[in-house]
Design a protein around this ligand. Structure first.
Ligand SMILES: [Mn+2]
Length: 299
């Protein structure tokens, strides 16, 4: 992908096309699929637009952490036509990775095999999840599908991710079948209203304490965690969401935790001509890379 207007190379000059995952810090995998989105589609175009605009980023985090030595291996996309069989390839890919995966959705259903792959990669270990989303995705079945983007975390719990090792942030929309698990399931729930009323700075302290008990922590971030003012390009925009500053504060607060992967999903470029939603996703990815980079360089 070359862009005559690009100011930087792919992934802010950090892509290393000649290196393998084992020789790099991060693997990028695109999952261009929106076949299981329930409302508006468009997330299938997420990976392509996120990659495209990554050529306009500089290799720095917002606090000027220098990222120039970070090595990224972009493994391209996994094409998904029939999720029942194609999700298996995502699981296998994630399970076998020697470095930290950053996965680009796609609707949130793609996280189902990502959870499976991470569960396998860290078998016998305590796998925690930071779930950042307007929606809990705890439905057992949605629109007659158990692979729907509304069932993702429910499937993850069935794969063995424990309620007490899951922190949910930004929630504000509920299905009737999710209420019992949310209220009585032992999950650590921080709604968007909690963030606004208690302050993200206070919430992140609790989250850090909870997830520090885990051996490995995966982050699943649905861009609809953000208020539609900050990320309108998503299938189901929900008013009253987090702002960009709160989400960056949350990501930066994860310093010191055993982070093992990130997926950023539900970025639907056709629904946002400004492409601010794509840039919001890129900022999340760069701050995640910076957290891990700072951790590595800590004496
Ligand atoms: Mn969502």
């Amino acid at each position: 992908m070359t862009d005559p207007a690009a100011t930087h190379g792919l992934w802010a000059d950090l892509a290393r096309p000649n290196l393998s995952p084992a020789e790099t810090d991060f693997s990028i995998i695109g999952l261009p699929f929106d076949g299981l989105a329930s409302a508006r589609k468009g997330a299938a175009q997420g990976p392509q637009r996120i990659r495209f605009w990554s050529q306009h980023l500089t290799p720095f985090s917002e606090d000027r952490t220098r990222l120039a030595d970070v090595k990224i291996c972009d493994l391209g996309d996994i094409k998904i036509t029939h999720p029942e069989s194609d999700f298996e390839r995502i699981r296998q890919k994630v399970a076998a990775l020697p470095n930290v995966p950053i996965l680009l959705g796609g609707d949130h259903s793609v996280t189902i095999p990502i959870f499976q792959g991470q569960r396998q990669r860290f078998a016998g270990k305590r796998l925690g999840v930071l779930w950042v989303d307007a929606h809990p995705d705890l439905c057992d079945d949605f629109n007659s599908s158990r692979l729907s983007h509304a069932c993702v975390l429910r499937r993850g719990m069935e794969f063995g991710i424990k309620a007490e090792d899951i922190c949910m942030v930004g929630l504000r929309s509920w299905e009737d079948q999710e209420i019992d698990l949310i209220e009585n399931g032992g999950l650590n729930v921080y709604s968007a209203a909690d963030a606004a009323e208690r302050g993200m700075k206070n919430i992140v302290k609790e989250i850090h304490q909870i997830l520090s008990k885990c051996d490995a922590v995966h982050i699943s971030l649905d861009i609809d965690c953000l208020d539609p003012a900050f990320a309108p390009g998503t299938g189901i925009p929900e008013a009253g969401g987090l702002n960009s500053r709160e989400v960056i504060t949350l990501i930066k607060s994860l310093q010191g935790l055993p982070l093992v992967g990130l997926d950023v999903v539900e970025v639907a470029p056709p629904l946002d001509p400004s492409e601010a939603t794509v840039f919001a996703a890129l900022r999340v990815i760069m701050e995640f890379i910076a957290v891990i980079t700072r951790q590595k360089h800590k004496p």
